[in-house]
Design a binder for this molecule. Structure first.
Ligand SMILES: *Cc1c(COP(=O)(O)O)cnc(C)c1O
Length: 753
């Protein structure tokens, strides 16, 4: 049967007569049927990756690529006058994640299935995701981000588990989403929900009655936790995920012959950050119900579970007041207390306790004591954990600590999002890199091949034009594709320092006004959501939007400088933006970005990095060499020392650097306050001048110089720029999540087949 016949059988009418919506539903069916054929029985250990987020992106094209159907489907549609890219527009992006942590989980699922490893995800089926971001009024507005439709990738099952929340019985229902591997197997993303959730309780924006958990439990990812009801709701969500997840794991293992004593031979559980930490006491509780004594249960769980640490930001390491846990999960508190007593026997160091003297329960501490592995996500991050943040734990359990530098799946972040570049690479070195990313180094043979470098530049130009077309259509914005495209896209957070970029842009505005024209026009593109209760982050968005207006209205500056803010940054937007980028902004305060994965995506798509020595930037710079990356700013040791000394004074830097003072003063000058809100702008100004917790000011002058160098190099020698992009692509192989997953399997999971 030809693909046209197959598809026509599914649609029931000629393809040319179908709407894009009808074609989408038929393709969804086709994919799910094909995917089901790749499900393999499991032998030995199987992985369960538990995560509060899975930022999986749209699935249609990716699944078609992984199942080897993409080309056939595309030409069948083409002959009927239909375009796959139009059909893709019909698909809503699943709103199951927020940023890098959730995207990492999605890349890992892809690599597990591609490497033919048995590994399923466990998470929650949020109805409205984090939120949909609207920027039309000069400030961020939050709206629900619905994605569930009648026919969604996540299929309802009749598998349910009882879960006790706040002493009341609830029923968790399992939804299954097929995870296809590239020329590999099909695994499952298990998503839990409860039937009584009521979407109609959402009122203005994303606000809702936080106390009605039978109605609100899975509406949103990370509901606002600025009040007690919000914080408790997060614990309710986490417990729903881990209790249903743990029951699923035990049931699947029992079905394969496990008698629970040997659980570790059947299951490996990876705890992705602290959100799923309660799986530890929950498993101990469930094993107790099966007749296994506490001491043995602790041993079993420790052998089965492993923990990934994603951050050294103290506020992100969850600590819940025990009074909350006593309300939400009273059945777990006696177990957590017993675990705390075990810790007291292992060490006298009170700073390593699970329950501290103020009655706070430290989730990360429980993870480290009662799993067999704690890993960081980039070399520098793991080193900082051992040397400072988790030093006491490292002394107690040196054998548990290991590093697994993050990675990204090249199927989505190259083959799917950048077909032109993929085609060029295939022409040069064949298709081996699809499954063996290290083969990209073969590209180095073309480092001095002018026609290859010119073609690479032409592909970048075409991707930039494509981004221009998309942004015109989505937001009515016009951009100059001959300008340098400089992109900072990631969650909005002070440690990621979008405010440093903001200060640079104000500086450039003054320079251009003074007649110091840059060597090339610059389009500075942002994509970022700010957490709804994070005031300063929202003020930074407002300042960027306001500056964008001021510049656009200035006939002297606007030909040379443009600020574009892409609304609702998500995987779909990232797939358009990243292939079009010339300069990748990775400017976090050194020591604060655990790894980053955006940095890897940009590198792979032929952008040069402007960055600090932070997270995986360190490993990127080692791969490409100093001449192929723009590094600036304080080192992590300098930053850590400054924090330890506690003597950083932003005001001294403000007073000491006239350029910096000029830029910060401009925030509340007449141009800005005429275009924006003086209240929001002066709040940000005060923060920068008097506090600046993430040390933006000390890195300002080095940033200006380094970025100026990048612009000058780009303008002076396009061919050499292209050569350096080629080196970046060639050296990106290390950052394939296939490599990361192979290392997890080798060192931590030891999975079966
Ligand atoms: C990769 C990715 C991220 C993570 O970006 P970082 O720069 O590593 O913070 C966040 N959001 C989306 C949509 C992504 O694709």
């Amino acid at each position: 049967m030809t693909m046209t016949d197959t598809l026509t059988a599914l649609t029931g009418k000629p393809l040319g007569e179908c709407t894009n919506g009808e074609l989408y539903l038929s393709l969804l069916k086709l994919v799910n049927e094909k995917a089901a054929q790749q499900i393999r029985p499991v032998q030995g250990r199987k992985l369960y990756y538990i995560s509060a987020e899975f930022l999986i992106g749209k699935l249609l094209s990716n699944n078609l690529i992984n199942l080897g159907l993409y080309d056939e489907v595309r030409s069948a549609l083409q002959s009927a006058g239909k375009k796959l890219s139009d059909i893709e527009e019909v698909e809503p992006e699943p709103s199951l994640g927020n940023g890098g942590l959730g995207r990492l989980a999605a890349c890992f699922l892809d690599s597990l299935a591609t490497l033919n490893l048995p590994g399923d995800g466990i998470g929650l089926r949020y109805h409205f995701g984090l939120f949909h971001q609207s920027l039309s009024s000069g400030v961020q507005k939050e709206l629900p981000d619905p994605w569930l439709t009648e026919n969604s990738w996540a299929e309802k099952t009749d598998i349910t588990y009882p879960v006790k929340l706040g002493g009341k019985k609830f029923t968790a229902r399992l939804y299954k989403l097929a995870v296809t591997g590239y020329e590999g197997r099909t695994n499952t993303l298990n998503l839990f929900d409860i039937d009584t959730v009521d979407e109609s309780i959402v009122r203005e924006g994303i606000s809702f009655d936080k106390t009605a958990i039978d109605k609100n439990l899975t509406l949103f990812l990370y509901p606002d936790d600025s009040d007690e009801a919000g914080r408790q709701l997060r614990i309710y969500q986490q417990y729903l995920m881990v209790s249903a997840g743990a029951q699923l794991i035990l049931a699947e293992c029992a079905a394969r012959g496990c008698d629970y004593h040997n659980l570790a031979d059947y299951a490996a559980i990876q705890i992705n950050d602290t959100h799923p930490s309660m799986v530890i006491p929950e498993l101990i509780r469930l094993l107790g119900e099966k007749g296994i004594a506490f001491e043995e249960a602790v041993e079993i769980v420790t052998k089965t579970c492993a923990y990934t640490n994603h951050t050294i930001l103290a506020e992100a390491l969850e600590k819940w007041p025990r009074t909350y846990l006593e309300v939400v999960v009273p059945q777990l508190m006696p177990i957590i207390e017993k675990l705390d007593a075990v810790v007291a026997k292992r060490t006298k160091d009170k700073s390593l306790a699970i329950i501290d003297k103020d009655g706070k329960v430290h989730m990360a501490h429980m993870d480290i004591h009662f799993t067999h592995s704690t890993n960081g996500v980039a070399a520098l991050h793991t080193q900082i954990l051992k040397d400072s943040e988790l030093k006491g734990f490292y002394k107690l359990y040196p054998e548990k600590f290991n590093n697994k530098t993050n990675g990204i799946t090249f199927r989505r972040w190259l083959m799917k999002c950048n077909p032109l570049l993929t085609g060029q690479i295939e022409n040069l070195i064949g298709t081996g890199f699809h499954k063996d990313a290290t083969q990209l180094t073969k590209l180095l043979a073309y480092e001095n091949d002018t026609s290859v470098l010119e073609q690479l530049a032409a592909i970048k130009k075409e991707n930039k034009r494509e981004l221009c077309r998309w942004l015109k259509q989505e937001q009515g914005i016009t951009m100059n594709p001959d300008a340098m495209f400089d992109i900072q896209s990631k969650r909005l957070h002070e440690y990621k320092r979008q405010q440093l970029n903001l200060l640079y842009l104000i500086h450039q505005y003054f320079e251009i006004k003074a007649g110091h024209l840059p060597p090339v026009p610059l389009v500075s593109i942002f994509g970022a959501k700010a957490a709804p209760a994070y005031i300063i982050a929202k003020d930074i968005i407002h300042a960027l939007l306001t500056l964008s207006k001021v510049i656009a209205a200035d006939p002297v500056v606007s030909p040379w400088l443009q600020i574009v803010f892409v609304e609702n940054y998500n995987v779909t937007a990232a797939e358009k933006m990243i292939p079009a980028c010339d300069l990748s902004e990775q400017i976090s305060l050194a020591s604060k970005e655990a790894s980053g994965t955006g940095n890897m995506k940009f590198m792979l798509n032929g952008a040069l990095t402007l960055g600090t020595m932070d997270g995986a930037n360190v490993e990127i710079s080692q791969q490409v060499g100093n001449e192929n990356i723009y590094i600036f700013g304080q080192t992590s040791n300098q930053v850590i020392r400054r924090y330890a000394a506690g003597d950083y004074k932003a005001s001294e830097w403000y007073e000491g650097d006239p350029n910096l003072r000029r830029a910060i003063d401009f925030l509340t000058g007449p141009e800005m306050t005429a275009a924006g809100s003086s209240e929001l702008l002066s709040r940000l100004q005060t923060e920068l001048k008097n506090k600046d917790w993430f040390q933006t000011l000390p890195d300002f002058s080095a940033y200006v110089v380094r970025k100026g160098q990048a612009l000058a190099d780009y303008a002076a020698n396009p061919l050499d720029w292209s050569r350096r992009c080629l080196v970046n692509i060639a050296k990106a192989g290390l950052f394939s999540s296939d490599r990361t997953i192979a290392e997890y399997d080798r060192d931590i999971w030891h999975l079966g087949k």
